[in-house]
Design a protein around this ligand. Sequence first.
Ligand SMILES: *Cc1c(COP(=O)(O)O)cnc(C)c1O
Length: 396
Amino acid sequence: MTKTTWETRRKNSLRTRLAHAGRKPFDQYGFVNTPVYRGSTVLFETAEAFHSHAQPYTYATKGTPTTRALEEAWTEIAGAELSVAASSGLAAIALALMTAAKAGDHLLVTDSAYEPTRIFCDGLLKRFGVETQYYDPRAGADISALIRPNTSAIVTESPGSLSMEIQDVPAIAKVAATHGVCVILDNTWATPIFFPAHEHGVDLCVEAATKYLSGHADLLMGLVSANKAWAKRLRATYDALAMCPGGDDAYLALRGLRTMELRMREQERAGLALAKWLQEREEVSRVLHPALPSHPDHALWKRDFGGAAGLFSVILRPAPKQALSAFLNRLELFGIGYSWGGYESLVIPFDCRRARTATQWAPEGPTLRFSIGLEDVEDLQADLAAGFEAMKKTGI
Ligand SMILES: *Cc1c(COP(=O)(O)O)cnc(C)c1O
């Protein structure tokens, strides 16, 4: 068997690359998968080896063969120059922000950002002398009016957490490039499979691998990928912080990576089917799913994205809290819980009104976020129908 090189793999389709990326079977006796390396200390055979700084591994905070296999695979899939694996998605966001910002800087962050991103900016980054300004997720090229001489980064997330606005990331990246501003994207929803961020001008791309990459609700992991311009700074920030994941989690992430596209395609199909069904229900006011023509940013999604994740939000018609609780409590297949992207379907009620400062979010009724898993669509539909029945029975 000839060893495949990165160059030969690059010619293959994404699906093929997902099966082969990051693997070096003949470096480990031909075994297909990179094994779990657990460790802190790495030994040097001689004093000369110790002094030479030539050993590929020197201490586990700087990487092990397992974490490096994951990072190399991700670099290839993300079309990046370099990737680093962090211990959670939020740690990856912190890593990207700390790579781009320094004391005295100004950051522009989308008003639709994942709430812990805001908490990080408004708390820790503020304490370190970084000012954050929130902007309308639909700003597009108009973001240029907000850029100041000390603006170091524009943080994007598309679609936005919970409220699902699609951002014009290519337009923002174009403006940012003319000002020498770093563009950060939280690409957890689309992943490089549906949105190749670096091709669209993103400098630092964050993936909460906890979600679709892992796909099994059994680990926390974050990845940051960088283009050529930002690779060195990302590596230096990572080495300074040592936010490294353990070998077992890196192994599980690599296992998830192999089937990621198949799962996402299936979850896209099931998610869209349920979104369409929900849209027709009398209890539902609006379904916020970018692949539906009724979504306000559908055209942008169609222009830039190669698919849709199985995560979307729903605004119900006005209903009292007890009716909503009756709906949620009746569900047997949908678990009530945070996170998403796993094989099991989830739902959470949410209210992101308080997490807005630049724009208004004023839904006409209670809001729910669904993560569609790998169960049979008809079973999931029946579960939701039973939930709506229970809601009706409350008679309120
Ligand atoms: C879940 C999530 C994260 C954080 O990932 P964790 O691994 O849970 O820390 C970041 N961004 C988005 C959009 C998320 O949904």
